[in-house]
Design a protein around this ligand. Structure first.
Ligand code: ADP
Ligand code: ASP
Ligand code: MG
Length: 416
């Protein structure tokens, strides 16, 4: 008998029929003798709908209230799933994040989990109940409801699995695993049986929305055995078959994985680029530019600064497109008041495309092959950043899908 955590995403919970199927699958696992904790998302479209209501009332809604609203989507899901489980003859209990409690910091709309108290859940499991816990939400030290950022139910599930020392965390979604790239963009994308933790971390951080990055970080930190698989298969398929399906995130690289130089192409559609021109090249300037941005809790992604020739340089960085206006406003007043820079330019219509693979460490020529592929398609590269296992380029958003397809083909990711 093992303790297993299941996570079901929005599409998997998307209708009453789908919720009944989730309940059948969970009941099957429970009847096989396992202890089950289930972490569902809100029904698909629900979080957007809720946030949309707030935005209809205010252009800049208060983040605390946004979290109070958004958290209700998952609250409905847990209740419905617990009821569906009871219909399957399973004793089930639902909890909101604060009831567990799942403790977080106070960064509304993107809170981080600090601690999960497992006593109550473990007592229910010992009593033979299936425990259904809201994804995406927690409670801060002052008792306010928080949410973990879009896609945050993945993180809730893996964090719960880590806190309860679960044997495995199964992330059920609307595709049957992790692919070489988003199968909705490239038809030839191929499912990977295994992906290394490092590659998954890069892919998630570079925009693959299949898993929220913090869930991968938790999986790595606590060595949680995590598998991504489909919720849209026959819920009564055998457990053995289910356990071999999907994609396993592994913590060890085997020979086969080293042979594959590139494992995937990731992309981030909604980026924005900001350039501060004519910045005086002196100590402290990067901090002066980015400090206020960080203080405003805006995530900065790529940062590029060239060497100065005449004591002046250009400083470019990227932020999520949704934060573009806020970042520009902050920077413009900062430049005017404190930095003797020439001006601030921005482009909110850029995308980032990245080539990822652990095999890159031991192979040369990957970057030049990527650059040649993009040049053959006539795509201009605006920024480049690299690490040991990835190459990212920032390009005009209108070429994003073309770039992803061209790179997927050039690196022969369609071939097993
Ligand atoms: P859920 O609601 O289950 O959390 P998401 O929509 O958040 O599901 O994530 C699943 C989606 O991620 C898929 O439908 C797919 O379009 C997208 N995706 C992006 N990159 C990949 C990838 N490399 N492999 C598989 N799916 C991917
Ligand atoms: N419901 C939340 C969202 O739409 C969390 C999740 O689905 O993981 O982002
Ligand atoms: Mg998701």
């Amino acid at each position: 008998m093992a303790l297993i955590v299941h996570k079901y995403g929005g599409t998997s919970m998307g209708s009453v029929e789908r919720i009944k199927n989730v309940a059948k699958r969970v009941a099957k696992w429970h009847k096989a003798g396992h202890k089950l904790v289930v972490v569902p998302s809100a029904m698909s479209g629900e979080t957007n709908r809720l946030l949309g209501l707030a935005k209809e009332i205010s252009a800049q809604p208060d983040p605390r209230e946004l979290d109070a609203i958004a958290a209700t989507g998952e609250q409905v899901s847990v209740g419905l799933l617990a009821i569906a489980l009871r219909e399957q003859g399973i004793e089930a209990v639902s909890y909101a994040g604060w009831q567990v409690p799942i403790k977080t910091d106070s960064a509304f709309t993107k809170a981080r989990i600090s601690d999960i108290e497992g006593t109550r859940v473990l007592a229910d499991l010992d009593a033979g109940r299936v425990v259904v816990i809201t994804g995406f939400q927690g409670i801060d030290p002052d008792g306010h409801v928080t949410t973990l950022g879009r896609g945050g139910s993945d993180t809730s599930a893996v964090a719960v699995a880590a806190a309860l020392n679960a044997e495995e965390c199964l992330i059920y979604t609307d595709v049957d695993g992790v692919y070489t790239t988003d199968p909705r963009v490239v038809d030839e994308a191929r499912r990977l049986d295994k992906v290394t933790f490092e590659e998954m971390l890069e892919m998630a951080s570079l925009g693959s929305k299949i898993l929220q990055i913090r869930s991968v970080e938790f999986a790595g930190k606590y060595q949680v055995k995590t598998r991504v698989l489909s919720s849209l298969t026959d819920p009564m398929m055998s457990l053995d078959e289910e356990m071999c399906s999907g994609t396993l995130i592994t913590f060890e690289e085997d020979e086969e994985m080293e042979k594959a130089v590139i494992s995937g192409i990731a992309f981030q559609r909604d980026e924005a680029k900001i350039t501060v021109r004519g910045v005086p090249d002196r100590p402290g300037i990067a901090y002066q530019i980015l400090g206020p941005i960080a203080d405003a809790n805006i995530d900065v992604d790529m940062i590029i600064q060239n060497q100065s020739v005449d004591g002046k340089t250009d400083f470019t960085f990227t932020v999520p497109r949704g934060e573009y206006q806020r970042a520009m406003t902050l920077l413009q007043s900062n430049v005017k008041d404190h930095i003797a820079a020439a001006d601030v330019l921005g482009d909110p219509k850029v995308s980032k495309v990245s080539v990822v693979g652990v095999g890159m460490r031991s192979h040369v020529g990957i970057a030049s092959k990527a650059f040649r592929t993009l040049s053959e398609e006539g795509i201009n590269i605006q920024l480049i950043s690299t690490s040991e296992i990835k190459i990212s380029v920032l390009i005009d958003e209108k070429y994003m899908e073309l770039a992803v397809r061209a790179l997927h083909k050039a690196f022969e990711l369609d071939q097993a």
